[in-house]
Write a protein that binds this ligand. Sequence first.
Ligand SMILES: NC(=O)c1ccc[n+]([C@@H]2O[C@H](COP(=O)([O-])OP(=O)(O)OC[C@H]3O[C@@H](n4cnc5c(N)ncnc54)[C@H](OP(=O)(O)O)[C@@H]3O)[C@@H](O)[C@H]2O)c1
Length: 183
Amino acid sequence: MAVTGATSGIGLIGIQVAKALGAMTVICTTRSQDRARLLRHAGADVVIVTWTQLVSQALLDATGGRGVDVVFDHVGGQILASCLPGIRDGGSVINIGRLGRGLIDLDALSYRHLILRGVLFGLEPPDQIGDVIAALTGDVISAVPDGRTRPVIDAVFPFDQANDAIARVRGGSPDGKVVLAMS
Ligand SMILES: NC(=O)c1ccc[n+]([C@@H]2O[C@H](COP(=O)([O-])OP(=O)(O)OC[C@H]3O[C@@H](n4cnc5c(N)ncnc54)[C@H](OP(=O)(O)O)[C@@H]3O)[C@@H](O)[C@H]2O)c1
């Protein structure tokens, strides 16, 4: 599987959940060579630095030419478009974030029989929430206490330094979550 914009908070947990669920190869994208180590530490097997590599070719190379089963996409736009030829026939894209710009080629979707799904966490239809929670119990929940999934924390600020915490979030790309501690 592949995760685009994988240094996002959801991406860093997503890598770990994918591993807990048995994904053999987790391939992550970032725009920054400097953040490759963060992704590997979270469990990425392969890191694609998007401005240095053709994403679709890198996905094919990492999967022996077959293509990935699923892409968890935090970016959309050009990055999503560049993933499509690197997904196996009948594979899926779950779009989570829409940070990037650019159009996707619908031919790339149809020729490979791909499924493109949008999600809005917290606002899933009520009749599906039970299925989501049921799917989480078992492999995903058990991965928390045994340490296979754990939050990636960039920094912890005391509550009276909330402005500094906000500045940390606004000022760039924190390596994981910025936490406000309340005593
Ligand atoms: N569907 C939902 O229910 C749901 C829930 C939560 C969040 N989201 C969305 O998921 C996305 C990620 O959330 P976040 O708060 O973790 O975002 P974020 O921290 O702003 O960005 C996530 C990562 O994406 C990369 N990135 C940022 N801007 C980019 C751009 N213009 N083009 C390509 N890559 C870019 C950066 O990674 P590098 O610098 O390493 O490239 C960044 O670390 C956001 O779009 C957010 O709105 C959706």
